[in-house]
Design a protein. Sequence first.
Length: 113
Amino acid sequence: MAKHDPDLSLLFHALADETRRSILSRLAEGPAPVSKLAGPTGLRLPTVMRHLSVLEAAGLIATTKDGRIRTCAIVPEALSPVRTWLDEQRAIWEARLDRLDTYVTKATKERAK
């Protein structure tokens, strides 16, 4: 059975939503106040706040508050577990496909004899 990492599940859950991915894309350009993040989504502020809560719970963003203004910033190193998991999966599947290619090549040569 595959390893179950709850942190990885949180990250994939956070990344599964298009709105959250677009917020992360915007934050990749630099920190932004919540009101600027909410504008392009077309969603009401409470809904955007829920999306931001999911991103923050996954460790993908950090928020600071200065007076009434809450500013969000991306935490790029939080994606490291996702990258590691995907790299492991890629290696597994490339090895499987290499073995399949070897088998098919060998079977084809034997059939041609």
